[in-house]
Design a protein around this ligand. Sequence first.
Ligand code: IPE
Ligand code: IPE
Ligand code: MG
Length: 232
Amino acid sequence: MTRKLNKIPTHIAIIMDGNGRWATKRGLPRNFGHKEGVNAIERTILACLKYGIKYCTFFAFSTENWKRSKEEIDGIFNLLRDYLNKDDNIFIENQVKISSLGVLEPFPEDLKKSLYEMQEKTKSYNKLVVNFALNYGGRDDIVRAVNSLIEKGYTKVTEQDILTALDTKDIPEPDFVIRTSGEQRISNFLLYQMAYSELYFPSVLWPDFNERYFYKALKEFQKRNRRFGGIK
Ligand code: IPE
Ligand code: IPE
Ligand code: MG
């Protein structure tokens, strides 16, 4: 397999979809799919390091996902907790900075603590920045950004003002958005930031995502001609 890629996206954002279907297909409870999904996150982080991606954002829990059963939500929190607390985490080892988007306030205290601790431990790293979107909604992000500007005394805002008030203020807009499982929708992900992202909808279910699919996605990105409204 040739590894020659000319265009490497700076920021990849991923809507990790299909965990439930992956489990159901095997006659397993949905949370088994989420569990396997964590391994896919790990594989993807390693692939990002290998291909020199600078920012990777994972949509892990949306503002709409609170509609799911308590059992499923608790299961997702437990997986996240285990992932952040495990001894052999790949973040420190590979100088990966961890960050988050979304409103963490409703999450369990110990989970928030683990996340803050991991952020603190990795804050000086810059090989790759991994963002977890947790209790994140694109509309909520925009509303919070505008309200924060109002609080600062703004009575009128520019596009740039909003950009600098969003949860993503410190990172570039995503060049490439991948949604697995074949669904072709955005589901309230980075709405403002995705204005000019290239979108890609492979049919693979998230727990099956691996370096081969990642490479296939990068190959797809090579074909895209980004014009940003201009002519090339
Ligand atoms: C995505 O997989 C993970 C989260 C939303 C947390 P789903 O759980 O949505 O899986 P499907 O879409 O039901 O297969
Ligand atoms: C989007 O997936 C949210 C995450 C991946 C966290 P969903 O499975 O929740 O989206 P819908 O309901 O199919 O639009
Ligand atoms: Mg889904």
